[in-house]
Design a protein around this ligand. Structure first.
Ligand code: ADP
Ligand code: MG
Length: 205
């Protein structure tokens, strides 16, 4: 199961979501379901407009690296400059690769699962609506467990999409089998030296 975190807090935020979805479709990446969309308070840089955030589950034959490149191409095509300063500043669209099945990466350009997951209610809240049982090996926890640990009040609220804006479908209930039952994988790192390397990649909850 592949999950993308979507965010926007500049310009027409709904249109940015819609355009990102259409772009994904046009390159053969199908959004099979979307979480409800939330309006959330900025994280990191506080002095900026409110965000819309959602999590999308997608299917693709692209590798994680190629998928990230595609997401970055979409960000740029929708008008986001290649490097946003300050780091967590306002953006037309932000597409983060949250998790790609059981894949683990720790390279300068791609960390998988996304390193900031445990600290971001605007990711965990919508993701918990979509796939609460999805397991994240770096933290030995499901989305729901991380969500309960990070739960902060007043981080945001669900907002209904305006009429006439095409957006991917939101299921009324979380998918029953939204977990990844093959986890923890047989290959889960256990040696101390590997664990030490991993702790450099992922932030502790
Ligand atoms: P953030 O999304 O954390 O607010 P940015 O979108 O500005 O911040 O960060 C993008 C940078 O993070 C890119 O240089 C990209 O290579 C790197 N990166 C590492 N892992 C991931 C990932 N799983 N998903 C998206 N970007 C990632
Ligand atoms: Mg990003």
């Amino acid at each position: 199961m592949i999950f993308i975190g979507v965010g926007s807090n500049l310009g027409d935020r709904w249109k940015a979501f819609s355009d990102a979805w259409q772009y994904l479709l046009s390159v053969g990446i199908e959004v099979i379901q979307s979480s409800p969309i939330y309006e959330t308070y900025p994280w990191g840089e506080r002095e900026q407009p409110l965000y819309l955030n959602a999590v999308w589950q997608v299917t693709t034959h692209l590798s994680p690296e190629a998928l990230l490149e595609t997401l970055q191409a979409i960000e740029q095509s929708l008008g986001r400059p290649p490097s946003v300063r300050p780091r967590w500043g306002a953006r037309i669209i932000d597409l983060d690769l949250l998790a790609y099945g059981a894949e683990i990466r720790c390279t300068p350009t791609l960390t998988l699962p996304h390193p900031w997951i445990p600290h971001r209610p605007f990711v965990l809240g919508p993701w918990n609506d979509l796939a609460p049982y999805f397991y994240l090996p770096p933290w030995k926890a499901t989305v729901n467990e991380l969500w309960q640990r990070c739960h902060s009040s007043g981080w945001g609220h669900r907002v209904p999409p305006p009429q006439g804006i095409p957006l991917p479908m939101t299921p009324s209930k979380p998918t029953q089998h939204a977990g990844n039952p093959s986890f923890p994988p047989a290959s889960e790192p256990s040696k101390p030296e590997i664990q030490a390397k991993l702790s450099l990649c992922w932030k502790k909850p």
